[in-house]
Write a protein that binds this ligand. Structure first.
Ligand SMILES: [Zn+2]
Length: 129
């Protein structure tokens, strides 16, 4: 058995490591348009609502829906069964160009010190609106 103090320090170390993972880069970002490659939402195209780099997962709108049994509360007046998105593994989504709707791997270009992702087929920038 480990001393309680040592157990605690190991737990803190694991937490700190997870905190570090939050800064990992993934091939998609929040707001990107992606296509789901596997699972029951295969073929779905939607925007990335949230990214979880520490778990290698992304939340895609209207994809991988699961039914949740929701109790009515102060925040949510209506109870019953609601459908909610479940995070997908990042390897199961592919980036889609919002201009030509083609799945793609972007080319990066340096514009005044800022890296910009550019679609290889239509030459439109992804990050500039
Ligand atoms: Zn394009």
């Amino acid at each position: 058995m480990l001393a309680p103090s040592l157990r605690r320090s190991r737990r803190l170390k694991r937490l700190a490591e997870k905190e570090q993972l939050k800064f990992r880069r993934m091939h998609v970002r929040k707001g990107d348009l992606v296509r789901v490659l596997t699972g029951k939402s295969k073929g779905n195209v939607g925007h990335v609502i949230e990214v979880y780099p520490e778990d290698d997962r992304v939340l895609v709108e209207k994809s991988n829906l699961v039914k949740r049994h929701q109790r009515p509360s102060a925040k949510i007046q209506k109870g019953g069964i609601i459908e909610k998105e479940n995070p997908l593994h990042v390897s199961n989504v592919k980036l889609v160009c919002p201009h030509c709707r083609e799945p793609m791997r972007p080319r990066t270009e340096d514009k005044d010190g800022v890296k910009t992702r550019i679609c290889r087929s239509c030459n439109e920038a992804l990050d500039l609106k």
